[in-house]
Design a protein around this ligand. Structure first.
Ligand SMILES: [Zn+2]
Length: 398
């Protein structure tokens, strides 16, 4: 009888978990549905964001920002405009690349040569490259830097040291780890888990909610706010420094794809998100830019880049791709010619984001390689899907 009752309980537990899972899944589905509908709505009714000298800081999608007024005022007051591109990631939280107007024009010149007049037989490719074209030096922010500045690193170290002096606490945590609710398969095991949780509750509360712990948490919160402010200010200063004037007006292009939040990669603090962006939007124009093809396009020739391959260590037959870098195989590319065909992936992507955003704001049209709907992209897809012929072969060999 006792066995039957236990079996019934186990079945109930199984059913309850199943119901919870399906409820959560349907809730998630509903939320995604809502989001999709919002995106589908036309945004033509939204008035454009017009940054001016008086109201400079703002944040909007790049397509909805109008900088014509700002350009006029900057010219009148002899102030420079400087663009930047930011690519958020997990390993490097943020990589920002400055792009001055001269550099932008040098890139556009290269774009015209390679994409519009890109036939080797018609156009001599050995013409001199504009000296303004250069591989930018990125300004990087990592989660580790923020950990140190926000006292999270220090507090965690001190907490571990204090914990080592409490054998009771260590024992309680070990018990909870071994008897986790997630691992419980039967109702008897669930009850045992509950019992352990009740017994260890006071010990854990005594440590994690002590006055010392609250004090540390409060100081850490204040330090975190300060750290984000400092880091963002340094980033903007680096962009201004690249433009050669401390009075330059910064227009930041930030990629919309992911900020590292919710990443499941182990060992990386998940510190991305809106915080940095919000800090910037108080002192700069922030344009959220579509990252379409930004990590797959070369900043020199606007062709496709590939991930270099390497032999896996220890296994002679396996070939792996090197994820952190991008390689341009176009023999006419100025980067290839000067021995800089391999670039950092984040730098490459950030530069392309800056170019995509700046081209829209300055010329009213995103450069074709970064535009989702352009005719050029359809053509590019055609070339990739059909066998390579002639001079395109060297450019698209993958
Ligand atoms: Zn290239």
């Amino acid at each position: 009888m006792a066995i039957n009752a236990e079996n019934r309980n186990n079945l109930q537990l199984k059913d309850a978990r199943m119901t919870l899972y399906s409820l959560k899944a349907s809730l998630k589905k509903q939320q995604h549905k809502g989001k999709g509908k919002e995106k589908a709505n036309p945004e033509s009714d939204i008035p454009p964001t017009v940054p001016t000298f008086q109201a400079f800081g703002c944040e909007d999608s790049t397509e909805n920002i109008d900088i014509s007024q700002l350009k006029k005022e900057a010219r009148a007051k002899n102030r420079k405009l400087v663009f930047s591109g930011t690519d958020y990631g997990v390993c490097t939280m943020s990589a920002t690349v400055p792009l001055t107007l001269d550099q932008y024009h040098a890139h556009v010149q290269l774009y015209n040569r390679f994409q519009v007049l890109g036939d080797r037989e018609l156009q001599p490719m050995d013409t001199v490259v504009d000296p303004a074209f250069q591989v930018p030096t990125p300004h990087r922010i990592t989660a580790k830097q923020l950990d140190v500045l926000s006292l999270a690193h220090k507090n965690a170290r001190l907490r571990e040291r204090r914990k080592a002096k409490h054998p009771q606490l260590l024992d309680a945590e070990r018990q909870l780890k071994e008897r986790s609710f997630k691992l419980a398969a039967t109702s008897a095991e669930v009850e045992q888990c509950q019992k352990i949780a009740r017994e260890t509750r006071d010990i854990l509360r005594g440590f994690y909610h002590s006055p010392r712990a609250h004090r540390d948490a409060w100081s850490q919160e204040l330090a975190t706010k300060r750290a984000y402010r400092q880091v963002a200010a340094k980033e903007r200063a680096a962009i201004r420094h690249a433009s050669g004037s401390r009075r330059s007006l910064v227009i930041m292009m930030i990629g919309t794809q992911g900020t590292g939040v919710g990443s499941r990669i182990k060992g990386h603090a998940r510190r991305g998100g809106k915080k940095l962006r919000k800090e910037h939007s108080q002192h700069a124009v922030v344009g959220m830019t579509n990252e379409f093809r930004s990590s797959q396009t070369c900043m020199g020739c606007f062709g496709l880049v590939i991930r270099p391959k390497r032999k896996a260590v220890g296994a002679s037959s396996k070939i792996r791709s090197v994820h952190g870098s991008s390689l341009c195989m176009n023999i006419d590319c100025p980067l290839y010619r000067t021995g800089r065909a391999t670039q950092n992936r984040d730098t490459q992507a950030a530069t392309c984001i800056a170019l995509a955003g700046a081209s829209f704001l300055l010329d009213g049209m995103t450069l074709h390689p970064f535009s989702k709907n352009s005719a050029m992209n359809h053509m590019l897809k055609k070339i990739i899907t059909t066998p390579h012929t002639g001079n395109t072969e060297s450019r698209l060999r993958i």
